[in-house]
Design a protein around this ligand. Structure first.
Ligand code: 5GP
Length: 236
């Protein structure tokens, strides 16, 4: 498995071509951004921790029947993944009001939601990832109705699996963001990552934030929070 040219460099990851046309190598960086790139910094060893956590969560989800793009972990910051056509959406699932939902609806952070809430954003940095609904997605042909129904049902299942698992580790899953792709044979598969960069994790008792909000909001103790999640999940 040779790493070839970089195909795409994002804010937190680099995608490389490999010897196989249908596989890519993902390299997890320590770079952190917030506010659509307005705030920049690094989180020491974030790439190592997020690679580990994503591999762990994807393994857990695969056991529960959710297909992911992960082929195998190839290094402390690297994983081999299936190449796919990405659906240009950020799929957000929320269990408790926080972040942009709290701002938009004027609901205090920490307010439990009676039902999980599903939101879609169109993935476009230049536009600031605007929120869209199912009608926009179908009209713009970003996904078909069948694909979107699958994306929604996988997202709720993922919420259930992750929430149940995290609860045992004394972590409350407040909300998270997913991305999906489509394989050559048309299967919808979970892609991207699941980590404290893409989820809000709160200590179930104290409600202490153990995720990227510590960086976004200058709360300090960013590395320690990522490390604490890793310790509770993997005993490391
Ligand atoms: P909010 O819309 O409240 O800012 O974010 C909701 C959830 O989705 C949070 O867990 C947040 O980490 C995740 N999320 C939303 N948009 C992005 C994004 O562009 N990048 C990352 N890493 N996470 C996001």
């Amino acid at each position: 498995m040779g790493k070839k040219e970089a195909l795409y460099e994002g804010k937190a990851k680099i995608m490389y071509a490999t010897d196989k046309a249908d596989e890519l190598l993902v390299y997890y960086k320590d770079d952190a951004t917030a506010g659509n790139g307005a705030k920049k910094g690094t989180i020491a060893d974030k790439g190592v921790m997020n690679n580990k956590m994503t591999a762990f969560f994807f393994g857990l989800l695969e056991k529960e029947g959710i297909k992911t793009h992960l082929v195998k972990v190839t290094g402390e910051r690297e994983m081999l993944v299936k190449k796919m056509d990405m659906v240009p959406l950020e799929v957000i699932v929320r269990n408790v009001a926080a972040g942009s939902l709290s701002k938009r609806l004027g609901v205090p952070e920490g307010t439990p939601l009676r039902e999980p809430v599903l939101e879609y954003c169109y993935k476009d940095d230049a536009l600031g990832d605007p929120m869209v609904n199912e009608y926009h997605i179908l009209a713009m042909e970003w996904a078909t109705k069948e694909e979107l129904d699958l994306i929604a049902s996988y997202s709720f299942k993922i919420n259930q699996v992750l929430s149940d698992y995290l609860r045992q580790a004394n972590i409350e899953l407040i909300d998270f963001k997913l991305e999906f792709g489509k394989t050559k044979d048309g299967q919808i598969v979970l892609a991207d990552e699941i980590s404290p960069d893409t989820c809000r994790f709160w200590d179930a008792q104290t409600h202490e934030k153990l995720d990227k909000d510590r960086f976004r909001r200058d709360l300090g103790g960013v590395e320690d929070a990522y490390q604490e999640i890793l310790r509770r999940l993997l005993g490391e």
